[in-house]
Design a protein around this ligand. Structure first.
Ligand SMILES: Cc1ncc(COP(=O)(O)O)c(C=O)c1O
Length: 296
């Protein structure tokens, strides 16, 4: 937004599955700039709700995220709107570095062996990689962690490109993890380069493993991430099982988004509450049937 203002933008726009859009819409509202948001039709309702409350023009596109991105791209060209789209806006790519700077700053000498990040367009992992490398170059970090990129099994073009040692071939995208439901990652070159430079790896995980990871982060750590966030933990478990990440390695997994951003997925992971009348007898009967298990 600072960059948009310095360029005297009159309208800002982006395509997003919802999170980047929310940041942009909120920031635009705070400075009174009109904001046009293109979301794919599968964008979860809580994300859309936030955009609407921020007063953005929310255009819900009947199509994939990839088609939505291209529509926004053409609209920015045709109407002269400031374009915040993933990968094409250099300030966005540079801004994502903050993740790497903060990891190095907060970990200090205890910088982990691996940093795990879920990957859609590839801006986040490339930015974090760049931030970490710069902290090492500046002498603030003792070394650069290896990067583990995680994609969903149904949207895995970077996993395949990495494994084959080739450039990106765009593919299909089908996963419940909406934020990484990307078949044509726009920042693919930098994402592959960052992971390769760190001697890292890519891994793909099925949706069931993502749901399981969402439950596990909730139940074992008290952390509630949206599916794309929990994918990082699912990917880590997969990489450990594959022998890519050693069992003794120190690892930092970035939980990129709040679980409240996709309540429907959260309920799939968490299950249903138990309905009860307001009666002691009913409560006692329930507890007889299902006693509370005590911690060992
Ligand atoms: C919660 C969440 N996790 C991961 C990602 C992946 O980031 P990138 O598309 O830069 O790879 C996104 C992107 O929108 C996201 O919203």
């Amino acid at each position: 937004m600072a960059r948009a203002l310095s360029r005297r933008a009159k309208v800002v726009a982006c395509a997003s599955t919802g999170n980047a859009a929310t940041s942009l819409a909120g920031a635009a509202a705070s400075v009174g700039l009109p904001c046009v948001i293109f979301v794919p039709e599968f964008a979860p309702e809580p994300k859309v709700a936030q955009l609407l409350v921020f007063g953005a023009r929310v255009l819900r596109v009947r199509g994939s995220y990839d088609a939505t991105w291209e529509l926004c791209q053409r609209a920015c060209d045709r109407h002269g709107w400031y374009n915040r789209n993933a990968a094409v806006n250099p300030s966005l790519v540079e801004g994502k570095k903050t993740g790497g700077l903060e990891i190095a700053e907060q970990c200090g000498a205890a910088i982990p062996d691996w940093v795990v990040v879920s990957v859609g367009d590839g801006c986040t992992i490339a930015g974090i990689g760049k931030g970490l490398a710069e902290m090492k170059a500046l002498g603030f970090a003792p070394r650069v962690p290896r990067l583990l990129g995680v994609q969903a099994a149904g949207a895995r073009p970077l996993v395949d490109a990495f494994a084959a040692g080739r450039d990106l071939v765009p593919g299909s995208a089908e996963t419940m993890a909406d934020s990484i439901c990307v078949g044509h990652p726009r920042n693919w070159r930098k994402a592959l380069a960052a992971v390769r430079a760190s001697d890292g790896a890519f891994v793909a995980v099925p949706d069931e493993a993502i749901l399981e990871a969402q439950r596990e982060t909730g139940r074992r750590a008290g952390l509630f991430g949206e599916p794309a966030a929990a994918a990082a933990l699912a990917g880590l478990k997969q990489a450990v099982a594959d022998g890519v990440v050693g069992r003794r390695a120190s690892v930092l997994a970035v939980l990129t988004g709040s679980g409240l951003k996709d309540v429907r997925a959260a309920l799939r992971a968490g299950g249903a509450p138990i309905d009860l009348p307001a009666s002691d007898d009913a409560l006692d009967e329930h507890l007889r049937e299902r006693p509370i298990e005590l911690a060992r």
